[in-house]
Design a protein around this ligand. Structure first.
Ligand code: FAD
Length: 412
């Protein structure tokens, strides 16, 4: 049972892990990333928001991402019954990038991890974190694919384990999400979309015509395929009722056929693989950080996929945690609640306002309103583009009050 000592041990090599590792390594910190799987590996979450391009730039990975051949993305389109509306992310209130990409995550995550490795970060695949001891200096117990066990001593641990939620489980930090349990059924299909008006540069979010709680994503890739998925509460997806959980392709097709616009677009789609199912992914924690560890991305709170905010939050958390941690490692006194958790949560809470208002339909009313004020639309567009931390935007700093005002205007 060998032991090893590093400055920072990072659990997981998804976007939050690779970005945090790169930023810390660039400041001369000794970082070790432990990744349970071997890359490339599947991950859900394929539509990025422009805001995350800033963090990708910070980590010196922009050129590699730009050259990877991912599908260009410049906005989001929404459809409900006969209403169709678009947000152009370049026409927004907050300064910063207005375009990004739609990515197959197995390629995107591998690219970020490979870039971090090229920069000199030590990433060990097939290494799983099984136990943690924080009674003195942080210690991790890890095992590799061959079953060999090792102890890692670190000055600090970053948990970037995504839905693995390693530290929340081991340290009993889990707290139930306030959002209802929802499920998603999804697949990658050869879409064969012939409609010349279909905009491959935007994610399309379609709302179920009879039940506005149910929505679909359609995320075009650059190779003629799309990621398509449907989200709803388990009983709404007929997973339980019809007992067809075993035939997820059939379930997904039934759900697609219930939305006429999507049914038409995907009339010639080829389902090559089995569809996937994710249940109850919303999660929360009692604490995001102490002076010994911090939770990044999905290992902390995960809200809901409707605004594609997951990777952006993951990257923002990596950037914010890395800045705080560099100060601590350099001997400064930091307050993890004040310097990391609270600022991170300002953005997460902005998204929360809009997610809640999506499901109670108030934000849907605002999105599908026929005659939006262009200035207000730009401010809302900023949030949809991921700039949920911009306190200069009144729809961020007073998100609830401003959104209520807009909804009232749309409804009267
Ligand atoms: P991950 O990318 O999940 O990486 C975590 C890594 O940790 C994994 O590689 C895993 O193998 C590793 N790991 C786990 N346990 C251990 C262990 N014990 N030891 C070592 N390693 C371990 N986000 C978007 O931005 N856009 C979208 O369009 C979008 N759509 C979504 C749709 C759905 C239905 C859902 C549920 C989520 C969606 N998301 C989306 C959210 C997105 O998937 C996540 O927010 C994002 O992947 C989080 O990144 P991460 O770095 O925190 O973790």
């Amino acid at each position: 049972c060998a032991s090893e000592t590093v400055d920072v041990a990072i659990i997981g090599a998804g976007p939050s892990g690779s970005i945090a590792a790169s930023l810390l390594h660039a400041q001369g910190k000794k970082v070790l990333v432990l990744e349970k799987q071997h890359f490339p590996r599947f991950s859900i979450g394929e539509s990025l928001l422009p805001c995350c391009m800033q963090v990708i730039t910070e980590a010196n990975m922009l050129e590699a991402v730009n050259q990877a051949g991912f599908q260009f993305k410049n906005g989001a389109a929404f459809r409900y019954q006969d209403k169709y509306t678009t947000f152009d992310f370049t026409d927004k209130f907050t300064p910063g990038p207005g375009t990004t990409f739609q990515v197959e995550r197995k390629n995107f995550d591998k690219l970020l991890a490979d870039e971090a490795s090229k920069q000199g970060v030590d990433i060990r695949y097939g290494h799983s974190v099984n136990a943690v001891d924080l009674s003195a200096k942080p210690q991790l117990e890890i095992s590799n694919d061959q079953g060999q066990i090792q102890t890692i001593n670190a000055k600090f641990i970053l948990d970037a384990s995504g839905f693995g939620r390693v530290l929340p489980h081991l340290l009993e930090l889990e707290k139930p999400s306030t959002l209802p349990t929802r499920s998603a059924v999804f697949n990658h299909v050869y879409d064969n979309i012939s409609d010349p008006n279909f905009d491959r540069n935007k994610i399309l979010i379609s709302v179920h015509p009879e039940n506005q709680d149910i929505w679909y994503w359609l995320i075009p890739f650059s190779d003629g395929r799309c990621s398509v998925g449907v989200v709803g509460e388990p009983h709404q997806l007929a997973v339980v009722e019809n007992g067809i959980e075993g035939d997820l392709n059939r379930l997904l097709k039934i759900m697609i056929d219930q939305e006429p616009g999507l049914k038409k677009l995907l009339a010639n789609a080829e389902f090559i693989n089995q569809s996937g199912l994710l249940k109850g992914y919303s999660a929360n924690v009692k604490t995001l950080a102490t002076d010994k560890f911090a939770l990044l991305g999905n290992a902390g709170e995960f809200l809901d996929p409707v605004f594609s905010s997951g990777v952006t939050i993951a990257m923002q958390s990596a950037s914010m945690a890395a800045k705080t941690l560099i100060k601590q490692l350099d001997g400064e006194i930091v307050d993890w609640q004040q310097d990391y958790a609270a600022p991170l949560m300002t953005g997460v809470d902005t998204f929360r306002t809009y997610v809640e208002a999506w499901y109670d339909c108030r934000f849907q009313d605002a999105i599908f309103f026929d005659d939006p004020d262009p200035k207000i639309k730009q401010m809302i567009c900023s949030i949809l583009a991921g700039y949920a931390w911009d306190q200069n935007n009144p729809f961020v700093s007073e998100s609830k009050r401003r959104l209520d005002m807009v909804v009232e205007l749309c409804r009267c």
